[in-house]
Design a protein. Sequence first.
Length: 243
Amino acid sequence: MNIIKAKDYDDLSRKAANIIAAQVTLKPDCVLGLATGSSPLGTYKQLIDGYNNGDLDFSRVKSVNLDEYKGLTKDNDQSYFYFMYNNFFKHINIDVNNTNVPDGTELDSDKECARYNAVIESMGGVDLQLLGIGRNGHIGFNEPDEEFVKLTHCVDLQPSTIEANKRFFASADDVPKQAYTMGIQTIMNAKNILLIASGEDKAEAIRNAFFGPITPHCPASILQLHKSVYVVADEAALSLCNL
């Protein structure tokens, strides 16, 4: 595991973007696993700048996203497809046909999960998976549980996750109660993993994930077993860790 300390969020975003840029440069037809939320916004901005400066070419890149709310259409401004398109995809030269997000409008969970697993398998797996981390240690929407759920599945979102995401909706009642997410095995099958974290509110999660026991009660702790993990976190997020 490689823990990279960043001074602040802007420094974190630059360092994370450099790791992704190196992957794209070394393997122009790579498969990127992407994440949504506030944490990766700065990273995506840095990658967009790299594209605009002529340093990066995404024309052969394929992508698969971690998760999507169940029940939201692609044009809903809170869907993760909408987020990815407006914050990243439309600003670079990636072929949108090569981007993949779970279909939130498919209400048959078994059908959609099987389809998404097949999509990832057809690409030969993920070369670099970008992750954030929830305050309760969740990655994707893999919530604390009694076991590590392996493949893409439909999950009931915990109250803490709904509370954390309600700022994006009119109220907590408007936050979808279920989501599709890559499973732990799917994430662990990625050749490389990049987890980013910023702020004091992520400090306990980072300590538990990387300096505590491996347990499904902190899903991110499984990453301790992966052979190639980069953790890029700012000083505040690492404040409870003895480095």
